[in-house]
Design a protein. Sequence first.
Length: 301
Amino acid sequence: MTDVTVPERLSAGDRVAVVAPSGPVRAERLDVGIEHLKAWGLEVEVLPSVLAGHERLNYLAADDKARAEDLRNAWLDPSFAAVFCARGGYGVQRMLEYVDFDELAAVPKWFIGFSDITALHEPLNARGLVTIHGPMAAAVEQLGSELGRQRLHDLLFELESVKDLLAPAGARTVVGGVAEGPLRGGNLALLAASVGTPTYAPPTGIVVMEDVSEDAYRVDRLLTQLLRADWFAGVTGVVVGDFSGADDSGLVSAVVHDRLEPLGLPMVEGAAIGHEDLNLAVPLGLPVRLDATAGTLTRLS
């Protein structure tokens, strides 16, 4: 197994950068989110491309190279202790060819984001770096949740204080049993979209999956693609998070059961991880123990 690198904990007074690897950012939402980060004693700097906009494609925060350059500059600047993504949306895949992941992984620091940001977590976790799947800088509703905000703070400032990564919301047993391994995964659509690309990194260990605005048949298609690609070959357990904004949440759950239960892997569902207001941050890449019977997910280091 790849050696695991956990970045240094944050402290009041640390400088952190905000980047926008994906979609456009609303300044007023970012301002509110930044105030939450400042309340932790952090000094926050927003990189130039975050609010730049794209000349032709209004679903991107800025030009691909500009977004990649800001990510690199923020990461390699030793004065920044962490890099927060402003939001997800769409766009990370367009800039992956401009990112040197070996270069970034060699300079460990906390990286925070989810959803479309899964495309950056995947290659970083594959290189042994622990990253944070959790609320982003402009995620006003999620940072406004006291429980979600406190979880993100605790992972960044005192990781050892977080015992059960699924608490306090809990999770429901689908397939009982116990599994161990590094925590990987993220957004289902992004995981499927990476198969066959240069940044594809088949997971080993426990995987977490979430998504938004994917109806049941689409979830079926995405899971079937991963199954046909043998994506689950090294997976030891599954944590199913929120599948928000679907046509029929019961049908989505039935699809997940139909596609994944036959694997026989310990599995839980209903974890508060994803696009709902309560989005419990989790440390991707960190060794964990899933007790699917008890509905707990605990750190091994």
